[in-house]
Every structure is written in C-alpha cells, then in structure tokens.
Design a protein around this ligand. Structure first.
Ligand code: MTE
Length: 340
C-alpha cells in the first residue's frame, strides 16, 4: 500500500494536538492569523441573520459584498433539512480547515487566506448545457433565495462538525442552464491562482491543480446538495471556500469543493482530485460508509468537534452520514464496497 504524506491521509494530525496553547489563547491566535494582510472581507457589524448564532465578539464575521449581505440577511432556516445536533463552535468551523491551496496544516487556511480576493467573481458554465457562458456570481445568485441549513460534515480523516450553511439547492441552479440529455455528470473546478494560493506554488505536488470534484447528475439534483455562500449567518470566510462552494453532506468532506469557478456538464465520468491521487483510497462516490474502512484507518467512528485529548468526543459514524433516508435509493443495486 502506497503511503501519501498528506494531511488528508492522516486521521489525527500532529498539528491538531500540538497547538493547545495557541488554541487556549484564542484572541492572540486570531490576531496573529488575521494580521497578515489588510482584510477587505472582514467586518464586525452583525448581519440580521447572525443574531441566533453564538459568535464571540473577538472573532471576525465575514460580510462579503453589499449585494450578498442583503441576501444573507433574508435567509430563512429550513428545518426540514437541518439537524438539531449541537453546532460546532464558530471558532472551530473557521480555524480547523482543509483547503490545500492555502497549505496542508489545519491552521494554514485561516492564516494564509485572509487576503484572498473573492469579489468580483465569475463562474463558467460549460459542456452539455443549452446556456453555457461566463456569469458574474451576483447573476448566478440573483434568482435564488438563501436557506439556512444545519448539516453534518464528515471528513474522510474521521473528524466531523455540525455547521449551519447559507445556500440554495444546486438543482435549482442546474435547471437554469438547461442541461442536455447527454449531461450525466457534473464537474466543479476551484480557482487556479498561484499568486494568491501558496499551496498551488510547489511543495505539495501531489494534487494536479486546480482542485476538481464531481457528482453524478442525480446526486447533483438531490435536494440535499447545496451551493453555499455563507455560514453561521454570515458570508463564507475565505478559508471555508468563499465565495461559492459545494456542500454534499452524505459524502466525505473532500467532495465539498471550495471557491468554485467552473461547473462543467459531461456524459463521461469526470476526473476528481483525490481519486486521481490515490484511487485505491478515495473513490469517485465517497459516500460516508462506516462499513467500508479507508485502507489505513477505520471509518466506523468519528471525532466530533469540538474535541480534545481529554474529551475526544468519539461517536459512531452513520451510513451516508445519517442521510440514508434521503439518498440511499441513489445507490440501489450498487456494491458499495466496490463503488466506495
Ligand atoms: N476544496 C478545495 N478546493 N481544496 C481543498 O483542499 N478540502 C476538502 C473540502 N473542499 C478542499 C476542498 C476537504 S478534505 C474537506 S474535509 C472540506 O473541504 C473541509 O471544509 P471546511 O474547511 O469548510 O470544514
């Protein structure tokens, strides 16, 4: 079995254990992390929708452009699609991240992404659709009302968080571009920008940048699949994939691609980054499955954040991350040990 020296292949990283002192002194940590650059996206006035979330005063709220702030403020909670489990503390959600474009350590994205320019932003729609083109994010979002949905996010590394996202169903977006009958799969691509993304410059040479992910069309059209533009009542922080990311809650977190610039429809299965790197470890489907272990660790349990050495908070992992009722039918008849 090949071994890859990547964060994603280590269930518990040393970096998650060592910075306890940093973690304890949160204010100092955030100041250090955020002092790297002038930060146009960060602001402290609260948005209307943010009041219900426990966001400590010493942590930044991310606002995004004016046109987005109004949409975020109008977002309504969709309880039908929300879990009532305890939310991850906001601090954990915005400082414990995987975003390899900004570095492989869990703390690298919050340290390195603060100057990331996410406005203006364009998304290219291409392939098997009647209405391809390059669209401004504002136009992409214009017809969609935002919903607030609380989802479980289960990383393949066996940690998980409960996060309140603001977004809208991917299905509603896809319909607008009128996919042809040949559109069997959809591929998403993250921004390629070596100047802004230090992780794309060298060193971590395993990923063939840009990061790509994909879904089968019926997965993309499932009502659970969300295009997110915010979390905890505010805009997405850059480290969480601003300004537009995917959230597919029944799949391992690596499918939930960040900072999307292209959505491409095809009749053949698209390339996906982690599957390209290690096809025997990361499948195209990547459905959360406690019965199919990663070749190097068990997937039967997960460490629900917040967790610490003394209180690891280990819980059982559920098939399809607890969303079996909504999605198990998509895989009827498939051998999930083969199509992992
Ligand atoms: N998207 C891009 N472009 N690059 C990445 O490295 N990491 C993925 C996913 N999306 C990743 C990405 C992984 S492994 C996980 S677990 C989630 O983002 C983490 O999302 P979060 O940092 O918002 O919790």
């Amino acid at each position: 079995m090949k071994r890859y020296k990547t964060g994603i292949s280590q269930p518990i990283l040393p970096s998650e254990i060592t910075p306890e002192s940093v973690y304890r002194d949160r204010r100092r940590f955030m100041q250090a992390a955020l002092s790297v650059a002038a930060i146009p996206m960060v602001g402290f006035p609260s948005l209307a929708g943010a009041a219900e979330y426990d966001i400590p005063a010493d942590l930044p709220r991310y606002k995004g452009p004016l046109w987005l702030q109004q949409k975020l403020a109008d977002a309504v909670r969709n309880n039908d699609f929300s879990t009532s489990e305890a939310l991850a503390p906001y601090y954990d959600a915005i400082t414990h991240n995987n975003f390899y474009e900004f570095g492989t350590d869990k703390r690298d994205p919050v340290r390195n992404a603060q100057g990331f320019v996410t406005d203006p932003w364009k998304v290219e729609i291409s392939g098997e659709v009647a209405k391809p083109g390059s669209y401004n994010l504002e136009d992409i979002l214009a017809p969609h009302a935002l919903e607030d949905r609380v989802y479980r996010l289960r990383c393949v590394e066996a940690w998980s968080m409960v996060i309140p996202w603001l977004g809208f169903p991917l299905a509603d977006l896809i319909k607008r571009f009128e996919p042809t009958s040949k559109a069997k799969y959809v591929q998403f691509t993250t921004l390629m920008d070596k100047d802004q993304m230090p992780g794309q410059r060298g060193f971590f040479g395993t990923i063939k940048w840009p990061y790509v992910e994909g879904l089968r069309m019926d997965e993309a059209m499932n009502p659970l699949t969300l295009m997110a533009v915010g979390l905890y009542g505010n805009a997405l922080p850059p480290q969480n994939g601003a300004p537009l990311r995917l959230v597919v809650p029944w799949k391992y977190g690596f499918k939930s691609i960040k900072s999307i610039v292209r959505i491409h429809f095809s009749d053949t299965i698209p390339a996906t980054s982690w599957n390209d790197i290690a096809p025997d470890e990361y499948g195209f489907y990547a459905n959360v499955n406690p019965q199919v272990d990663h070749p190097r660790w068990s997937q039967a349990t997960e460490r629900r954040l917040p967790s610490s050495l003394l209180t690891p908070n280990i819980i059982d992992t559920l098939p399809f991350n607890g969303y079996a009722d909504q999605v198990a039918h998509l895989y009827r008849g498939m051998d999930l040990t083969k199509w992992f």
